[in-house]
Design a protein around this ligand. Structure first.
Ligand SMILES: Nc1ncnc2c1ncn2[C@@H]1O[C@H](COP(=O)(O)OP(=O)(O)O)[C@@H](O)[C@H]1O
Ligand SMILES: [Mg+2]
Length: 500
């Protein structure tokens, strides 16, 4: 129970409150009002008068009467009253009305006002800051996607639309965040988000993943993501990302150029070394052969000794051939330069080889492009290139299988491309990086010199071209040669492309 003193204090406090406070009876007459309310009404006396007259300046209860609402519902109601003496700002004045009970019956309705202008200012500020945040997200260069706990997309900006191919409307209405990631990618990301290992619990930093575009294709993205919490509860997740396609392509290009540079550097220093050694070997080899011949001619030797000396001559000749190839490999200048039709050069090499026993069980498929394919170079050397590659292929296939030769122009039309593919065992990964090195061979002693491909490399390099090797999906080796198209008078002739 409240003491008399307490009751008196409450009454005084209500009277002194800088808010309008009224008590209205169940038949709409004002039973009591505090000082502030009386003053604000601007009327001599408001107690005893009907509330509709005082509040709304009318002579019968309003249609949407607040007091009646409270009496009917038996609980508080917030209402706003337009016009009338209390609506000073013209924006309407707001009232909080609540029932005062006596034995479960509403005995009266207490009404207290609150400040609308303060409320609308707060609302205004909130709207402004919401609009600012919205703009910030929508105009972000990064793609932004947020989804609620069920996977429904709730934020989706233009950048996200550009990367994924969905329109903003489609994403907001129909898209489930799980279908943006391949397989159970979305679950994996949530797992990482909840783990402390990827930037802290609730965060995922710089994670490269693929997303599934609307057309079904994949786009690599760099993703930063976070879980949005309300208290301890996860309410949604948000991801910021950008397209990595171009970046990855540049990286791969750079790596390729780097490997090519390294290879070129290696070949050039090996070339110099080889040339030095070859020159030094040339003279003593010449001497050996000369004196061996003299021995044979000048002396009447026993048959055994003649055989031995002939053996010396044969081996010296073989060494001299190797030295010649080495010098060829190291040669810095080009010889006779003419316009060479690559189709013709390959055809002539094949013609020479086709009838050899090595090729009897090999099917040769010529997929030459129509017309001529001119490059500027040395016919003999280019024939030598094709000869070496085709011989290697035949050896790798152990004389049976299919040899496919494609010729054509590169996509840009600036390079002549020749691809020579066999159905042999292919080149093992640990062998592939070395095949163009001089003296690198996997063949038995006496069978391979390891000079064939190094010669190919140096000849193509001197012609301003490129040679590379890879394995086909079927497993055989594919050698690809690219050479610059000869002067424009021939360059115009377009053949079909040879795809990578
Ligand atoms: N078509 C091919 N298939 C598989 N391996 C090959 C092929 N062409 C070349 N190679 C590999 O490259 C190595 C080097 O070739 P090359 O320089 O011509 O020397 P060689 O033929 O004397 O061994 C070969 O020993 C072989 O291991
Ligand atoms: Mg060879």
């Amino acid at each position: 129970m409240q003491s008399e003193k307490e009751k008196e204090l409450i009454v005084r406090a209500i009277d002194a409150a800088p808010r309008k406070f009224f008590i209205v009876s169940t038949d709409y007459s004002i039973l009591a009002a505090n000082g502030f309310a009386k003053k604000a009404s601007g009327m001599d006396e408001i107690v005893g008068r009907p509330c509709y007259a005082v509040f709304c300046n009318i002579d019968s209860p309003c249609d949407d009467c607040t007091a009646r609402d409270v009496m009917r519902k038996g609980r508080p109601v917030i209402s706003s009253v337009r016009n009338g003496p209390f609506d000073i700002s013209g924006e309407g004045s707001c009232f909080y009305a609540y029932p005062v009970f006596e034995n479960d019956r509403v005995q009266a309705v207490a009404v207290i006002d609150f400040d609308v202008s303060a409320l609308s200012e707060i609302r205004g500020r909130l709207e402004m800051s919401n609009a600012f945040l919205r703009n910030l997200i929508l105009s972000s260069v990064d793609g932004v996607i947020a989804a609620d706990r069920k996977g429904k997309v709730i934020i989706f900006n233009e950048a996200a639309a550009e990367i994924t191919g969905y329109t903003v409307d489609e994403a907001l209405n129909d898209l489930d965040i799980r279908s943006i990631y391949p397989g159970d990618g979305a679950r994996q990301i949530m797992k990482k988000l909840r783990s402390p290992d990827y930037g802290g619990v609730g965060k995922l930093k710089s994670c490269q993943v693929d997303i599934v575009r609307k057309d079904g294709g994949l786009t690599p993205i760099m993703l930063n993501a976070a879980i949005v919490y309300e208290g301890d509860k996860e309410v949604s997740s948000i991801g910021f990302f950008h397209d990595m396609t171009e970046e990855l392509r540049m990286k791969a290009d750079l790596q390729k150029t780097q490997t090519q540079l390294l290879q070129a550097e290696k070949m050039s220093s090996l070339g110099k070394l080889a040339a030095g050694v070859a020159h030094q070997l040339n003279n003593p080899l010449g001497g050996i052969m000369l004196y061996a011949k003299l021995l044979l001619e000048d002396y009447d030797l026993e048959q055994d000794a003649r055989e031995d000396i002939k053996r010396i001559l044969r081996d010296a000749q073989r060494s001299s051939d190797i030295v010649k190839e080495l010098l060829e490999f190291a040669r810095q200048t080009r010889q006779k330069q003419v316009d060479v039709d690559i189709n013709e050069s390959v055809a002539r090499t094949l013609f020479l080889l086709e009838n050899q026993a090595l090729f009897h069980d090999i099917t040769i498929e010529k997929k030459f492009c129509n017309g001529q394919l001119f490059v500027n170079g040395d016919v003999q050397q280019l024939n030598h290139v094709f000869m070496n590659i085709i011989l290697n292929a035949a050896q790798a296939m152990e004389s049976k299988g299919t040899l496919t030769i494609r010729t054509g122009l590169s996509e840009s039309g600036k390079r002549v491309v020749v691809e020579i593919e066999d159905t042999g065992p292919g080149i093992p990964d640990d062998v592939l990086p070395h095949i163009f090195e001089p003296f690198y061979t996997t063949k038995d002693e006496g069978k391979g010199t390891g000079l064939g491909l190094s010669l190919v490399y140096s000849i193509i390099d001197r012609h301003g071209g490129r040679v590379s090797a890879r394995n086909s999906s079927a497993g055989g080796a594919v050698f690809r040669i690219e050479l610059p198209v000869a002067g424009t008078q021939h360059g115009k002739e377009k053949g079909q492309d040879v795809d990578k």
